[in-house]
Design a protein around this ligand. Structure first.
Ligand code: 13P
Length: 254
């Protein structure tokens, strides 16, 4: 954590929560969120619950994010959702390039790059996910993989847009496995990502970008992770489905 960057904790609900379940969860988060001042909170429900959650958090400081979007404005893209559609629901964030999209749905760095550009052009803050698999880490390829994902993902994006981007380091081996990166392992990669941002822009700009850690964050390990100088919050999966656990993680970022 660095006092010059406001911590941001986002809940990625993935394919969980009907509208009714989403409303129960958001009501509880809202009740507890007053304690979380000083941390930006973002909820990323599935598309079907965006409208309901948007209404429920209206007038609060809680932000709304989607989990994906298409890069085109509109057209014959069955099953896809556009940036304009998200903005219409007062969505201000969108997760781009989550490892589940990359591995299960074939999302490439090129697609990630297009989506980031469209998101920025539509005044959406992309939460750009990068991360290596266990096999890649064991083969000492972590930096090469992250480097390719960051440089290709942010290709041709103007440096003055960087402040609108949130990066998320999510080691694939830590997602949903209970195997968290150690604070030191995470900090090393976060520092490396900030170095890449500096290469693409400059040091001043790189210092403004928030980099979240994601992968089995729980109330018990959040504080130590958030204590690292280049970790500016978290992208929470499983623990974000429980209001008490999620808010404990938010409070750990204070
Ligand atoms: P878990 O917190 O369930 O490991 O998921 C992390 C994640 O993928 C958030 O995007």
């Amino acid at each position: 954590m660095n006092p010059n960057r406001k911590p941001i904790v986002a809940g990625n609900w993935k394919m969980n929560n009907t509208v009714a379940e989403a409303l129960t969860l958001v009501t509880e988060i809202k009740r507890q969120a007053a304690e979380g001042k000083g941390v930006e909170i973002v909820l990323c429900p599935p598309f079907t619950a965006l409208q309901a959650v948007s209404n429920a958090i209206s007038g609060t400081a809680i932000g709304l994010g989607a989990q994906n979007m298409h890069w085109e404005k509109s057209g014959a893209f069955t099953g896809e959702v556009s940036a304009t559609m998200l903005r219409e629901l007062y969505c201000h964030y969108v997760i781009i390039g989550h490892s589940e999209r990359r591995t299960l749905f074939g999302e490439t760095d090129e697609a990630v790059n297009r989506k980031i550009k469209t998101a920025l052009a539509s005044n959406l803050h992309p939460i750009v996910c990068v991360g290596e698999t266990l096999q890649q880490r064991q083969a000492n390829q972590t930096e090469a993989i992250i480097r390719a994902q960051v440089l290709n993902g942010l290709k041709d994006i103007a440096a003055d847009q960087f402040a609108n981007i949130i990066m998320a380091y999510e080691p694939v081996w830590a997602i949903g496995t209970g195997m968290t990166a150690t604070p030191g392992q995470a900090q090393d990669v976060h520092r490396f990502i900030r170095g890449l941002l500096q290469e693409l822009a400059d040091e001043k700009i790189a210092q403004t970008v928030r980099i979240q850690y994601g992968g089995s964050i729980k109330p018990a390990n959040a504080k130590e992770l958030f204590h690292q100088s280049d970790i500016d919050g978290g992208l929470i999966g499983g623990a974000a489905l429980d209001a008490v656990a999620f808010m404990a993680i938010v409070n750990a970022a204070l």
